[in-house]
Design a protein around this ligand. Structure first.
Ligand code: ZN
Length: 311
């Protein structure tokens, strides 16, 4: 852990400009995370909507920094994080195109627009779990999902997948999908060169696939902190990974309290089906407790657990 922290810290240092922008919180860089993804919240559901970059624009700017701002980040253990990845088991693929598990050919190209919708035709939510795998927490999250018969999409950080391949395999074995969350979770990667962005997207995909095992595909890409760019979305899409946004940001990584996480979901669910949680970046006890409460509630409300649309 110490080594990792050091590495991330080093990475963070290299992104000085970002820090300056963030005005602060080194930690923020890390966790902040997926706030940005949200930009799309509004346009989220529309296929083309979102802003194009999904990214940053909104998200990052406001979301992340704003939110994470102060304490959140810094205070949180996860502060040191900078990565994020998610997983996926593309294997199951979508009904329309089953992502062959043993195809030697490159993945089929998918849309480069951010996706927020659900493949499920009826009332459904897409649970997305970011920044793992994390020893201890990932398994706890998997347990809650299993007890409730829920499926999710795990946005995995490439470097973490390389470090904990057994956890990635557990995610896949449980039937969940994987999402590429970059190699290092640098939430300022949208300010870096195209070659850097390409490396972060594609190397992470390779790391996740290697950890997951033969035949497992990664059908989504979510930029850390929502730091998408038109270029990185294109790179992901051309390699079979649909850029993945979110509609509801629980901000669970800030450890706001279990009740608050639960309330945020209930209050913002009308914005769209894709909900953002984390299994990495620090102590996720509140996340696990919130899921224990939310999953039964969602079922009572008639929601099914689905996956984000890929094509
Ligand atoms: Zn993340």
């Amino acid at each position: 852990m110490a080594r990792l922290t050091a590495r991330r810290r080093h990475l963070t240092m290299t992104v000085v400009s970002v820090l300056l922008l963030a005005a602060t919180i080194p930690g923020c860089v890390a966790m902040a995370t997926e706030d940005s993804g949200k930009p799309e919240r509004t346009q989220g559901m529309s296929p083309s909507g979102s802003g194009t970059d999904g990214s940053s624009g909104t998200g990052r700017g406001s979301g992340t920094i704003g939110t994470g701002g102060g304490s959140g980040t810094g205070g949180s253990p996860g502060a040191a994080w900078s990565v994020g990845v998610d997983g996926k088991p593309g294997v199951s693929g979508t009904p329309s195109s089953p992502l062959p598990s043993s195809s030697p050919s490159p993945p089929e190209r998918v849309s480069a627009e951010l996706t927020h919708g659900s493949e499920s035709p009826g009332k459904a939510v897409n649970l997305t779990i970011d920044d793992g795998p994390e020893p201890g927490w990932t398994v706890k999250v998997l347990d809650v999902l299993r007890k409730n018969g829920a499926t999710a999409t795990f946005c995995i950080i490439g470097s973490r997948a390389k470090e904990y391949p057994a956890l990635v395999k557990k995610v896949v074995a449980a039937g969940h999908r994987l999402c590429d969350h970059s190699v290092d979770h640098n939430v300022a990667m949208d300010k870096r060169s195209e070659s850097y962005q390409r490396q972060q997207v594609l190397d992470a995909r390779k790391m996740i696939e290697d950890a997951a095992g033969a035949g497992v595909k990664v059908p989504y890409y979510r930029a850390p902190g929502g730091a998408f760019t038109p270029y990185s979305r294109e790179v992901a899409a051309s390699h079979g990974m649909r850029p993945l946004g979110w509609n509801v940001d629980t901000r669970d990584w800030q450890n706001p309290g279990t009740d608050k996480i639960v309330a945020t979901v209930k209050r913002e669910l009308h914005e769209g089906p894709t909900i953002l949680f984390h299994d990495g970046g620090g102590n996720r006890g509140q996340t696990v407790a919130a899921l224990e409460e939310l999953l039964p509630w969602l079922k009572e409300q008639g929601y099914a657990f689905g996956y984000p649309t890929i094509r």
